[in-house]
Design a protein around this ligand. Structure first.
Ligand SMILES: [Zn+2]
Ligand SMILES: [Zn+2]
Length: 309
């Protein structure tokens, strides 16, 4: 058998012609490196990085055409000014035939400081904003003495208490859980000196989810310091303090909401038709609902709840 492209002996397309058509590629990875001690941020820790770790990082960023298995991968790193140049040698297997392929990529190095070096360098700050569980970048850099990656998030060292409180309010209004604590760290000119930590976490639910809150089923309309909800059993709209929703049960995720068309309305009830599977339900009438309206509904424990917009 011959390769249909180059005529060389092969079952189907040969490896060279295949890789010419659909090359193996590497997405350029990025690493954060401490400017103090030279450690890298890798897998949730500050650590040294060698050929093995780099090989692992390259493997994760490798795009390999279907049918090819990478059996071995070795790396030769070369340190350039703001990046690492990596010479990659791949040993692959294609249709039970081994082949070797050389590639090159760059690892961008982002300069930062690790927690330890950050403490030692001791630049001035009045508060630490501990952001966990989400990416936060909406900060005024003029007030950020440093940003330090830690397990689960980032600590921002804020040089102004006023600015830290502004951020705190802003994040609380945006619907995050915010908790402030202070620690006595010493004395300054005869006064106690406190350091404030503000921890920020996203809630476990989002807009569009349905929460189980006591006996109530609450559709989340708007996140915020006060969460805007609709009681699905009564249709009542209300606000609930975010702090009361620290550990809510989630009755349905937004992705479980379905779409329906109102097909008929009577003084007491209405017919709705699931727009996807065309199942028909009789439900209580929603104020102002008219034939032809569309609305979301959700099935919870076998019962249908229509969501008033
Ligand atoms: Zn060929
Ligand atoms: Zn360091």
């Amino acid at each position: 058998m011959q390769c249909p492209k180059c005529g060389r002996e092969s079952r189907g397309l040969c490896i060279d012609c295949l890789l010419e058509e659909r090359p193996i590629t590497v997405k350029e990875p990025e690493l954060e490196r401490c400017t103090g001690c030279g450690l890298y941020w890798h897998k949730g820790n500050w650590t040294e990085i060698g050929k093995n770790e780099l090989a692992e990082i390259v493997r994760k960023n490798l795009k390999v055409p279907h049918g090819i298995k990478i059996e071995e991968l070795s790396i030769k790193p070369d340190e350039e000014k703001n990046y690492l140049k990596l010479d990659i040698t791949l040993l692959g297997n294609y249709k039970n035939k081994k082949f070797e392929k050389k590639l090159e990529t760059k690892v961008k190095i982002k300069k930062t400081q690790c927690k330890k070096c950050c403490r030692m360098s001791g630049s001035y700050y009045e508060a630490i904003l501990q952001v966990r569980g989400f990416e936060f970048s909406d900060l005024d850099e003029n007030f950020v003495a440093k940003a330090v990656k830690v397990a689960g998030g980032t600590d921002f060292y804020i040089s102004s208490m006023n600015y830290a409180r502004k951020l705190k309010n802003h994040l609380r209004d945006a619907g995050f859980f915010v908790n402030e604590s202070e620690k006595l760290v010493g004395m300054k000119e005869g006064k106690n000196l406190y350091r404030v930590s503000i921890s920020v976490k996203p809630p476990a639910f989002g807009e569009g989810d349905v929460l189980k809150y006591g006996n109530e089923l609450l559709y989340v309309k708007k996140l915020g310091r006060v969460v805007g909800v609709v009681d699905l059993k009564t249709g009542e709209k209300k606000g609930i303090d975010m702090n009361k929703l620290k550990k809510p049960g989630i009755a349905a995720k937004k992705s479980e909401l379905r779409n329906a068309l109102v097909s008929a309305v009577s003084p007491k009830g209405m017919h709705i038709i699931d727009t996807e599977n065309h199942e028909v339900y009789d439900v209580a009438r929603i104020e102002d609902a008219q034939s032809g309206d569309t609305m979301n509904f959700v099935r919870i424990s076998g019962k249908i709840y229509v969501i008033k917009k």
